[in-house]
Design a binder for this molecule. Structure first.
Ligand code: CFM
Length: 542
């Protein structure tokens, strides 16, 4: 198919999106809807409160802490202090996978632990119940660690999960117990929960085990959560190259990996939004530099492997990485050349999370598809405009609400892996240490970048652009599909994946080909579009 180069003008679309809003709302939303210029990146409003009444895609702080960052670690009992619904909806819904060492190996991810808070506890306090629950989990499983996650009522009634954790840690002796004040309302989105999770894991876990487990090129993978098996594919590639993965935060991870993670020599970050705090704190305390990578897309995966090798400045490693890329790429190229003629010129839109709306544009580009509109649910300005804007970001009350740990160099364990001069040299050679350029420099001029898109805005966008595929989550999926547009879930991958690395890229190409080239979508008519049949409603009147 030829490229559809006639799209409506982005400023007309922006006007259309805002037209129906009351003036005050329109004024606010206008700042979050920007027309991109990769040369002179415009400022986008991000990480601010969603306007009440607007249907947002966002989740809560508890989701970001319990579900996102801690959820994928298999041997920490995740005990939710709160009503049962909060546990139930965080129970295996993210499709993060794990692989215990043996069938008997610890894996608590399949369990749903909750204090099942009732009205009685809201009125009289829930700490006693929490202690009992910790004791019960300990007696049943003898886990190495228990994490306590606070839901909204915990903060409202003032239960002190940290004091309870400390008391029970001392009482039980051989179980690391730590709490998270990640009440759902703690921030404007799940992003707050990421920060809270990073802080507590850093405070209570990282650095506890100094064992040197060997390996010449030792890295931690930060912000890769093994959705649909992505981390397995990345592990396969690292392994093939001879790069040792000390710890993963947190796909397919164990608590001992976190404890030992300060022995790595480089932190690579997949998802900048959820875990940049950990990278910065580890650099300050232990001297480990960090670098952004992206294993979404075959080209990006090759580039990321090359950049890791360049950091270590080892000829053998660089040669090995080239060999691996040369082995992996032919299969990718073969699939691309088959699929490309069918996907070229088609239009994708991505509205998801805080990093995938950027990363997945690479995969679509490999298929010859365009992304004319994209945005994050809860990204910050740096995820859009690049880290250079961080000093200019206004710190509002919502951000101040989240603890900023004061981290200093560890007197015994701080060991700079590279001198500042060496890092500067690597930077001068093009290795972007401590950098993330964000999504907007990679998007075309005139593309529409929309933060925290509302449900109404996404419907309008679909009407106006008629994309061939829309990428979002389960809350959007069926509404969009009823409009005759296939929706790919980029959170859970629907039932697919892995999509990372070379194998993942091939899986993605095939899945997208099937979706955008299926004729079934054109046959769909939503009930409200059927003008023949009158919609009936019954009203009960007095
Ligand atoms: Fe990072 Fe994620 Fe994402 Fe995220 Fe998420 Fe996720 Fe996501 Mo869903 S950590 S920001 S909070 S890459 S759960 S694995 S898919 S919204 S784009």
């Amino acid at each position: 198919m030829e490229s559809r180069n006639k799209y409506p003008d982005p400023s007309t679309i922006k006007e259309e999106l805002l037209k129906k809003y009351p003036p005050k709302v329109a004024k606010k939303r206008a700042k979050a809807i920007v027309i991109n210029d990769p040369e002179e990146i415009p400022q986008v409003q991000a990480n601010t409160r969603t306007i009440p009444g607007i249907i947002t895609q966002r989740g809560c702080s508890y989701a970001g802490c319990k579900g996102v960052v801690l959820g994928p670690t298999r041997d920490i009992v995740n005990l939710v202090h709160g009503p049962i619904g909060c546990s139930f909806y965080a129970w295996l819904t993210r499709r993060n996978q794990t692989r215990p060492d043996s069938p008997e190996g610890e894996n608590y991810m399949t369990y749903c632990f909750s204090t099942d808070m009732q009205e009685e506890h809201v009125v009289f306090g829930g700490e006693k119940k929490l202690k009992q629950a910790i004791q019960e989990a300990y007696d049943l499983f003898h886990p190495k660690a228990i994490g306590i996650f606070s839901t909204c009522p915990v903060g409202l009634i003032g239960d002190d999960v940290h004091a309870v954790s400390k008391e029970m840690r001392e009482k039980l002796g051989d179980c690391n117990i730590f709490g998270f004040s990640c009440e759902g309302y703690k921030g404007v989105s799940q992003s707050a929960g990421h920060h809270i999770a990073n802080n507590q894991v850093f405070k209570h876990v990282v650095g506890l085990d100094d064992t040197d487990n060997g390996g010449k090129f030792k890295i931690n993978m930060l912000g890769e959560y093994n959705i649909g098996g992505d981390a397995f594919e990345i592990e396969r590639l690292l392994d093939k190259c001879g790069i040792t993965l000390v710890a993963s935060f947190s796909g397919n991870s164990t608590i001992n990996q976190f404890e030992n993670s300060h022995t790595a020599d480089l932190n690579v970050i997949m998802c900048h939004r959820s875990i940049n705090y950990m990278a910065e704190m580890m650099e300050t305390k232990y001297g480990i530099p960090w670098m952004k990578v992206n294993f979404i897309g075959a080209e990006s995966s090759a580039k990321s492997l090359r950049r890791i090798a360049r950091y270590f400045e080892d000829d053998e490693l660089m040669a090995r990485v080239e060999e691996v890329i040369a082995e992996e790429m032919p299969a990718v190229d073969a699939i691309i050349s088959d699929i490309y003629p069918r996907t070229k010129g088609k239009l994708a839109m991505l509205f998801v999370g805080g990093s995938r709306a950027h990363h997945y544009q690479e995969l679509f580009a490999e298929l010859g598809m365009e992304t004319l509109s994209a945005g994050y649910e809860f990204g910050h300005r740096d995820d859009y405009e690049g880290r250079k804007v961080i000093p200019n970001i206004k710190i509002d009350a919502d951000t101040k609400n989240i603890e900023e740990l004061k981290v200093t160099a560890d007197p015994d364990k701080f060991k700079p892996r590279r001198t500042e001069e060496e890092l500067a040299k690597l930077k001068a050679e093009g290795l972007d240490i401590r950098e993330y350029e964000g999504m907007m420099p990679d998007m075309k001029s005139g593309s529409l970048v929309i933060d925290d898109i509302s449900h109404y805005e996404s419907e309008k966008l679909i009407e106006l652009y008629k994309p061939d595929i829309f990428c979002a989550g389960i809350k959007e999926k069926y509404v969009v599909q009823k409009m005759g547009v296939p929706l790919k879930q980029l959170h859970s991958y629907d039932y697919g994946g892995p999509y990372a690395g070379f194998t993942g890229a091939m899986n993605f190409y095939k899945d997208i080909d099937r979706m955008v080239n299926s004729r079934v979508w054109k046959l769909i008519q939503a009930p409200w579009e059927d003008v023949q049949s009158e919609l009936e409603a019954t009203y009960v009147t007095q």
